[in-house]
Design a protein around this ligand. Structure first.
Ligand code: HEC
Ligand code: HEC
Length: 330
């Protein structure tokens, strides 16, 4: 009997050890990065700059920002990386925002075009490590080949910064294991939306720009709530406090402005004084300063898309402060 117990406990120990080994060595799904290099054309450069500066806004996350000013304008070299963040911002561990300028040692200057494309849309780094989905590769998966390549072309033209990484991403167990299950290789070319289809263009832009990511409510595992697209209520933590994303569905409790008012609201943040010093309680994570540079056509298409989602009756209590959020969580 004693022997049987011993054997049983040995077996269960080795099962546990084996499970840990599998978890530690599990490789995310991936395919080799493409070896093709991108021929940069002037049109692509311009498109890439527009997307990076005003739509997908890679440099919103990958740069130091001044949170004492409205909507946190970038300080220093765009793309040079930002300090790591942790539980104070709701992350399950430490998340670092790497330098994505073309510096060959601390940036991505030594990465091939294919490796950058793969990180951006398929979620694995150069070594094949699965990226934490705070890097929105699950959304960028939908980036058309032409747009994804244009972004790479623009990243290569950023000023190289010797800014050392602030640290390494280190996600707590068991979330670190689940992160490995998220990357997913693309299995063919990705086409963009049909240019003549206003709503499809708007949906594409909204997904690439993160509107859906921030304005769709999430469950306690940060998964978007099905059927509640753009309904608001998603609480965003920032260094200056917390802000709640409003309901953008076409309902009386949601977006009630006209297309023209919507476009001019965004354009109003293009003035230099938009980035003025601000009290923490009046600051926002909504990237107004970036989107102000979107074309009126693109903003209009986003409006057309928002007008097409199912209207949802959802009064969003605006702007509770961080202390209130902490009190409300169990
Ligand atoms: C919402 C914030 C956010 C946005 C927007 C964002 N990233 Fe990231 N990115 C991250 C984080 C966080 C990591 C680190 C993930 C990790 O270490 O697991 C990362 C990692 C990367 C890496 C891997 C770099 C390395 O050294 O391992 C690349 C390349 C990258 N991002 C490129 C981009 C590009 C290109 C865009 C725009 C198309 C972009 N990112 C937009 C947050 C963001
Ligand atoms: C990083 C998260 C984030 C992203 C990305 C984001 N928003 Fe927001 N948005 C917010 C938050 C939080 C607010 C509320 C605070 C404020 O008004 O500044 C807001 C406010 C707004 C408002 C103001 C609504 C009102 O009635 O005052 C509009 C309109 C809006 N967002 C549209 C968009 C669109 C369109 C996109 C994509 C192009 C987008 N947002 C992307 C977080 C985000």
């Amino acid at each position: 009997m004693k022997k049987a117990l011993k054997v049983a406990s040995l077996v269960s120990c080795s099962v546990v050890a084996g499970a840990f080994l599998v978890i530690a060595t599990y490789q995310p799904a991936q395919r080799p990065a493409s070896t093709a290099s991108i021929e940069a054309t002037p049109a692509q450069k311009a498109r890439g700059r527009y997307l990076v500066d005003h739509v997908v806004a890679c440099t919103v996350c990958h740069s130091q920002r001044d949170d004492g000013r409205f909507a946190g304008p970038v300080v220093g070299t765009p793309g040079a990386g930002a300090p790591c963040a942790g539980e104070e911002l709701g992350f399950p561990g430490t998340v670092c925002f790497p330098n994505i300028t073309p510096d060959p040692t601390v940036g991505i200057g030594a990465w091939s075009d294919g490796e950058i494309l793969r990180a951006m849309r398929e979620g694995v780094d150069r070594q094949g490590r699965g990226l934490f989905p705070g890097m929105p590769y699950h959304a960028y998966r939908g980036l058309s080949d032409a747009d994804a390549e244009a972004i790479v072309v623009h990243l290569r033209s950023l000023e190289p910064s010797p800014n050392e990484p602030a640290g390494e991403t280190d996600i707590d167990f068991p979330v670190n294991f689940f992160v490995k299950l998220i990357p997913e290789p693309l299995d063919g070319p990705v086409a963009g939306p049909d240019d003549g289809d206003d709503v499809a263009r708007g949906r594409y832009l909204s997904e690439m720009a993160g509107c859906s990511f921030c304005h769709t409510p999430v469950d306690d595992r940060k998964q978007p709530l099905l059927g509640r697209e753009m309904a608001g209520g998603h609480v965003h933590l920032a260094t200056f406090g917390s802000v709640v994303a409003p309901n953008l569905t076409p309902h009386a409790t949601g977006l009630t402005m006209t297309r023209a008012a919507f476009v001019s609201l965004f354009k109003s943040f293009g003035a230099p004084e938009a980035a003025a010093k601000v009290d923490p309680q009046d600051n926002t994570v909504m990237p107004w300063l970036r989107y102000a540079g979107m074309t009126e056509d693109d903003l209009g298409s986003i409006f057309a898309y928002l007008s097409s989602v199912p209207p949802i009756d959802h009064v969003v209590e605006r702007r509770p402060r961080r202390a209130e959020v902490a009190d409300a969580s169990p």
